[in-house]
Design a protein around this ligand. Structure first.
Ligand code: WT7
Length: 648
């Protein structure tokens, strides 16, 4: 055997789709999946063209793919409108009066928007954007709570060819500031506030701070959600509801080039500066539509609930574009899963008869901790399919999800993908793929995923390596906004000719992909990416800090926790009070999810002779273990000895 690394953690449980589920599913057997997969890999353009054909095109494409590595263009010459595909298409026939969005606010308000109503709101808001000078290609920054208006704002941008950039409502003013500067957005759509765990989040106030000294933003449109007393800047800020009074509901959807930008979404990388991931229209929508249809095996009468916020890619592809392009009924819930009680999710499922639940492993681990009595109180028998995304799911959490939520009856689709991939890449097909707890299983149609070594050669079963994709796919990111060089370097230089995901993985003897985690300096905290460099630069921006090194350590609920090793400037005194100040400082600079779980003061950080911080050693320390790895490249062994001592 040539295997260098073999995994000893072998998961033996296998769950086949039930006959009943398989019979009703689009793809009902593993043999069918394999046959279609082979065909889709032999002729990806044929597969994707057939899928794209299910959308409404105002003008058909003349060429399916132009691949000038690493730049792809899909459906060239085609023209379409993403909002038309998500809305207008469903207005003829019975979907017209079908619920598109069933929303619940955290305090308990309930609203349902049919396709007809959602279409009307989107058309009106598109006219509001136009009235406020927004034109095709302009960037619009959206900073909203999880309310229907967030989706309405996104779709209104799409309708007029403006490029939305949604910033998660949990991010700070500093984050908004950076994203405004990078995207060049001149219009911001926000709300006075939103609700989270019984508190109000002061969204408009955060926008005000972000706009101090900013002269580029000329309009802020404010939705009234929380009745907060807010500042209105004359000549710049306008109320959403007032603007809606000035417009009518007629806004014909213009056709845009397939490669017209649809949105920019910022995500963390291994440097301090977030990357503006750019997605375009035809390819993105094709992948979002196709994956939603097959992987959630959507039925006309499904009540589909994706618990992600619109601030993340999951909220873009599987709360808005994918399900609405399929004419689905989507549940949207504004608040925390444990407000007012830890059974809020299960109450929502019972109330609306949710049939598909798509959520995150970190949430599942929190539910386990809160206790089985909470789901047990509610009737969850409407559920027929479960899904997870964001990080590897540990087999215990997977089994709990299956038993306690799915009643042992529902298939689980563990879906691997990224902000950059735009749509799900590796996942079971629920009627076809036998599942094993902890693996996202097999690649989706048309996705040529592989695991390779440093030389780019595919490795054997159970050997670890880099997860790459060898062929372009329609929803592939097109570039990093304004930074082609970084796009090439980050994704296309690590492994020749392949898209590099940044993840390490192995395939088992059945070809199933087991994702081990990031191999770059990126953390995965509660299913969200966080660059260690981002947190470090936030720490170093504090006047007391000289140097900082941030590493992850295993965390029972969040998957990974953040540990920061910090050296202080001359004369600064290491106190607990300062630790708290630094945590707050990071929260202020990035957002609460980035706050270090632990800060350790050190006299010096372990470095190589060339001055690189040896994170590997810090990681071992942060994880509670002793340092076992190679320390021969360490410049000063004394530094490490001191850090270890401190630990005891
Ligand atoms: C990274 C992407 C895609 C939406 C949510 C996160 C990790 C994601 C899985 C999964 C194992 C996963 C990877 C990936 N990841 N899903 N099912 N199993 N790992 O999007 O912030 O772009 O992060 O999340 O490490 O690279 P993102």
């Amino acid at each position: 055997m040539s295997n260098s690394i073999e995994s000893h953690l072998v998961e033996k449980r296998v769950f086949k789709p039930t006959r009943e589920f398989a019979k009703a599913a689009r793809i009902g057997s593993l043999a069918d999946y394999r046959r279609l997969y082979e065909a889709s890999i032999k002729q990806p353009e044929k597969f994707w063209a057939a899928q794209a054909g299910e959308l409404r095109w105002q003008q058909k494409w003349t060429k399916v793919l132009e691949w000038k590595p690493p730049f792809a263009k899909w459906f060239l010459g085609g023209k379409l409108n993403a909002a038309e595909n998500c809305l207008d298409r469903h207005l003829v026939g019975p979907r017209r009066n079908k619920a598109a969005i069933i929303w619940e606010g955290e305090p308990g308000e309930k609203r349902t928007l049919t396709y007809h109503q959602l279409h009307r709101e989107v058309c009106k808001f598109a006219n509001v954007l136009k009235r406020n000078g927004v034109k095709k290609g302009d960037r619009v920054l959206i900073y909203m709570p999880l309310i229907p208006e967030a989706a309405i704002a996104m779709l209104a941008c799409a309708r007029i060819g403006a490029v939305h950039s949604v910033v998660f409502g949990g991010f700070s003013s500093e984050s908004i500031k950076d994203r405004l500067n990078d995207s060049g957005a001149q219009v911001v759509v926000t709300a006075d506030g939103g609700y989270r765990r019984g508190q109000t989040v002061t969204l408009k106030q955060n926008v005000d701070h972000a706009l101090e000294g900013n002269t580029a933003v000329r309009r802020v449109i404010v939705f009234r959600r929380a009745n907060l007393d807010i500042h209105i800047e004359e000549g710049r800020d306008v109320w959403w509801h007032r603007e809606m009074d000035y417009v009518n509901a007629t806004c014909p959807p213009a056709g845009f080039d397939s490669e017209h930008p649809l949105f920019i979404l910022y995500t963390s990388g291994s440097t301090g500066k977030p990357k503006g991931i750019l997605h375009t229209t035809g390819g993105y929508l094709t992948s979002a539509h196709t994956t939603t249809k097959f992987i959630f095996d959507l039925r006309e009468d499904d009540v589909y609930w994706c618990t992600a916020d619109v601030g993340w890619i999951t909220g873009h592809s599987y709360l808005v574009y994918g399900p609405l392009a399929n004419g689905a009924t989507c549940v949207m819930y504004e608040g925390a899963p444990n407000w007012p009680e830890p059974d809020r999710f299960w109450e929502i499922i019972a109330n609306y008869g949710v049939t598909i639940l798509y959520t995150a492993p970190t949430a599942i681990r929190a539910f386990i901790k809160w206790g089985d009595e909470h789901p047990a109180k509610h009737d969850l028998t409407s559920l027929r399919l479960l899904g997870t995304v964001g990080e590897p799911i540990n087999p215990e959490a997977w089994m709990w999800f299956r038993d306690k939520i799915g009643g042992g009856r529902c298939p689980i689709v563990d879906t691997w993908w990224q902000t950059e991939t735009g749509a799900i890449m590796i996942a079971p097909l629920p009627g076809a793929t036998p599942t094993k707890p902890g693996t996202a299983t097999l690649p989706f149609f048309g996705i040529d995923a592989a695991i390779v070594d440093d030389q780019g050669r595919e490795v054997g079963p159970n050997e670890g390596g880099k997860l790459v994709v060898r062929k372009p796919w329609p929803s592939m990111l097109r570039t990093i906004f304004g930074d082609k060089a970084r796009y090439k370097k980050t994704y296309w230089s690590e492994v020749k000719g392949c898209y590099f995901t940044g993840d390490g993985a192995r395939r088992d003897k059945d070809g199933y992909f087991w994702i081990v985690g990031r191999i770059d300096d990126v953390l995965n905290v509660a299913g969200h990416r966080l660059g260690t460099a981002e947190v470090e630069s936030a720490l170093v921006s504090h006047p007391s800090v000289a140097e900082a090194a941030v590493v992850g350590r295993p965390d029972e609920i969040k998957g990974q926790g953040v540990v920061a090793f910090v050296t202080l400037r001359e004369g600064e005194i290491p106190t607990n009070d300062l630790k708290e100040k630094l945590r707050k400082h990071v929260g202020h600079a990035i957002g609460p999810i980035a706050k270090p779980d632990e800060i350790r003061f050190a006299d010096a950080l372990p470095k190589t002779r060339s001055g690189k911080i040896m994170r590997r050693l810090l990681k071992e320390l942060a994880g509670g273990g002793s340092v076992t790895g190679d320390t021969t490249t360490l410049e000063d062994l004394g530094v490490l000895a001191k850090l270890v001592k401190r630990d005891e």
